[in-house]
Write a protein of this length. Structure first.
Length: 436
């Protein structure tokens, strides 16, 4: 863990996630307390959706000012005027991708760091904290999301984003290690712990040796990570249930020639929430309309065009997320999504879902083995397993760990605040004179 700047007065941990962001503050006794985010017409929560909505607001003398909202308020602002606003999501997913430098939004060129900084500044304003007067410990995944990513580049852009938001002192720590710190405060004796941290875009696995009486309480032994997690499970539902209803298996003809498959890239983007909004371009909408004219299932292509043009990503996201959560509690559910002439009411069984995510579970299992190999430890050397993050609720994910380590060694808890609490506790450790 390395830092920039000099310590200030307020100490906190920030888990800036692909889907949700959590801020945990330390009180004068070094105890962590999650901040609560309150938005009009919504109940206060300990998580803030990692969403940013931008729009122009007319000022005096005909000048327009760029306004923003985050979290639940971002969704409200977007739904109020979807044609004149822009909803940005999954910003973290782009951090380590050098190909994404900047984009044009509402007539302005904005870098990814600028977008994240606006989100972070608004986040701090929402809880009434000046980022210039804090010492923050911020989490990063072991491996950022995406293919061919540069993790060092991703961390530097993360740091630059916080600096642009007004933070003067930032430490960066691995998210699974932070989750382990939080769990370690429940341990009274030394233990070797495997931490599985499942986010929205990445899943990380770390093995740490904790000794509550040692000057260095936590010693990292091995780690591994994969750029898939909750969003990938959503994609599997989209690919198997929603995409076929939008023409994924349709064909079309060019100049009366042989049937051709509908472009697959439309459906790959459909299942990636941060790409869906980027499809709403005149060229893409024209392409879909052109293909629909000779398509074997034109009504499904029209439904796809309407979904993109009407910016239905959030509504689709909610329907898929609800179905996924149901399957963590029951053996079957019905995915319900309606928009214009499109009506999807499809029963999904847990067995179906588990067959779709089997390749992802295999990658999780391989990553766990990699972490064990890097720590030079057999599975029997792990005393405790701690799982955190929303995906840890999925029964097939839990089963992966209980089969390998035994149910008696697997713990869960604080699924959405564990990482931020651990980051705050690491902050407290760094600040304590007894731990220097």
């Amino acid at each position: 863990m390395s830092s920039i700047g000099s310590p200030q007065s307020v100490r906190l941990g920030i888990d800036f996630g692909t889907t949700n962001t959590v801020v945990v503050l330390l009180d004068e006794n070094g105890q962590p307390h999650p901040a609560r985010f309150s938005f009009p017409h919504h109940e206060a929560t300990e998580t803030c959706r990692s969403l940013l909505c931008l729009w122009h607001e007319e000022m005096r003398a005909g000048r327009a000012s760029l306004q923003e909202a985050i979290g639940a308020a971002a969704i409200d602002a977007y739904l109020e005027d979807p044609a004149e606003s822009r909803l940005i999501m999954s910003m973290k997913s782009y951090l380590a991708q050098a190909s994404f430098r900047q984009t044009r939004l509402l007539g302005r060129i904005m870098t990814l760091e600028m977008l994240i900084a606006r989100f972070l500044a608004c986040l701090m304003h929402t809880i009434g904290i000046d980022p210039a007067h804090v010492t923050a410990t911020v989490g990063r995944p072991v491996h950022f999301a995406g293919e061919g990513v540069d993790d060092a580049f991703g961390e530097q852009r993360l740091r630059d984003s916080f600096r642009a938001a007004g933070f003067h002192h930032v430490d960066v720590a691995l998210e699974p290690e932070a989750a382990g710190w939080r769990f370690a405060h429940r341990l009274g004796t030394p233990a070797t712990v495997l931490v599985g941290d499942f986010g929205g875009g990445t899943s990380d696995f770390s093995i740490l040796r904790f000794d509550p009486d040692a000057p260095q309480r936590a010693t990292p032994l091995g780690y591994a990570g994969v750029g898939i997690a909750g969003d990938q499970f959503d994609y599997r539902i989209i690919d198997n249930v929603v995409a076929p209803e939008l023409g994924r298996h349709a064909t079309y003809r060019v100049m009366g020639g042989a049937p051709l498959p509908v472009p697959a890239e439309w459906y790959a983007s459909l299942g990636r929430w941060h790409r869906l909004a980027l499809m709403r371009t005149p060229q893409t909408l024209r392409d879909i309309a052109d293909v629909a004219r000779t398509a074997s299932e034109p009504e499904k292509l029209h439904a796809l065009k309407n979904l993109i043009d009407d910016q239905q990503g959030q509504a689709l996201y909610r329907a898929v997320g609800a179905a996924k959560r149901d399957l963590s509690r029951t053996d079957r559910t019905v995915l319900r999504y309606d928009h214009r002439d499109l009506h999807i009411h499809r029963e999904i069984t847990r067995a179906d879902f588990e067959s779709w995510i089997a390749p992802d579970l295999h990658r999780f299992d391989e990553a766990v083995q990699t972490a064990l190999d890097r720590a030079n430890l057999p599975a029997t050397a792990i005393d405790r397993v701690f799982l955190t993050g929303g995906t840890s609720f999925v029964p097939a994910v839990r089963d992966l760990f209980t089969r390998r380590f035994g149910a008696e060694r697997v713990d869960m808890g604080g699924e959405f605040v564990s990482v931020a609490e651990g980051l705050a506790l690491m902050n407290e450790q760094a600040a304590s004179p007894m731990r220097q």
